[in-house]
Ligand binder design. Sequence first.
Ligand code: NIG
Ligand code: FE
Length: 362
Amino acid sequence: MANAPKSADTIIDCTGKMILPSWCDSHTHIVYAGNREQEFVDRINGLTYEEIAKKGGGILNSAKKLQETSEAALYLQSAKRLEEVIQMGTGAVEIKSGYGLTVAAELKMLRVIKKLKENYNLPIKTTFLGAHAFPEEFKSNKEGYITLIIKEMLPKLNTENLADFVDAFCETGYFSVEDTETILTAAKSYGLVPKIHVNQFTAIGGVALGVKHKALSVDHLEVVNDTDIAALQGSDTMPVALPSCSYFLSIPYTPARKIIDAGLPLALATDYNPGSTPSGNMNFVVATACVKMKMTPEEAINAATINGAYAMNLAQEVGSITVGKKANLILTKEIPSYGFIPYSFGSNLIDTVFINGKKVAN
Ligand code: NIG
Ligand code: FE
């Protein structure tokens, strides 16, 4: 401490420890009601994620729970999850709607996110995901639900200025490439930038669609073909991998090496949600990306910080330790190298979390 600067409010002895930019989690669904641990057991007993969804479980199960939950109760459940992820080193986060699926319930979710933004001092970005699943009553009238999104949800959320981005689950059995394009086009007229779920189970052209509409990111990418890689080349769209989802559902991991070795960037996020990823732990995401996706610790840490910040349009504010950015930081416990962080995958190596330069109480 002999060379400590003379003008500092606080001096922290970091000997043997490391300082990292806090994690930038660019893909979450942390506003949800209740949980789905019964579906977890059903999957252990042999049902697939798709089979559970077809039986009315999955997203529709969460939508039913959310519609029956008051805004105040939903806020309390969600705030608890946000506090949990901040403790685990997340210093900027994106949160999606998409478990409402009615005008009232989607607005309820978006208002909860707005309240989280008001009450917590980390950057939070909001994504409107009305196109997450078709509600039961629109099963044989898909156009009717898309019209509801375009004619009722979008104008209302625009009036209250409730969203930054628009998303759709572009997937076989959910929203087709054509459905997704219709929704993105309408949302763009309200200034919402696309950030879409693509290629989780099948590659149907969602990546090229995202690039065509200048999506900020295309997320999931468990299935990636050469056409998808070619579409991303030369674009400003960030591919985002969600390895905790692959882990939890036992589905393939995003082929990170194929993406990175093609000269593309890659971001990592949690996908924290009650169905496919009931975990918001970015430390686990970074470790799993190294272990299962063969990313180096350097690649994984960059993907979970500066690339995640880009995927939320926050690269000017967070994601690296730079003059002019927020002091949202992780101070580790004593560690021999930063490779030790993913290597020690089950340990909590975080000593202190800082948001705007202030220590977060734990
Ligand atoms: O990103 N794939 C679509 N949506 C979520 C999971 C939704 C759910 O099962 O509740 C995801 O994995
Ligand atoms: Fe998701």
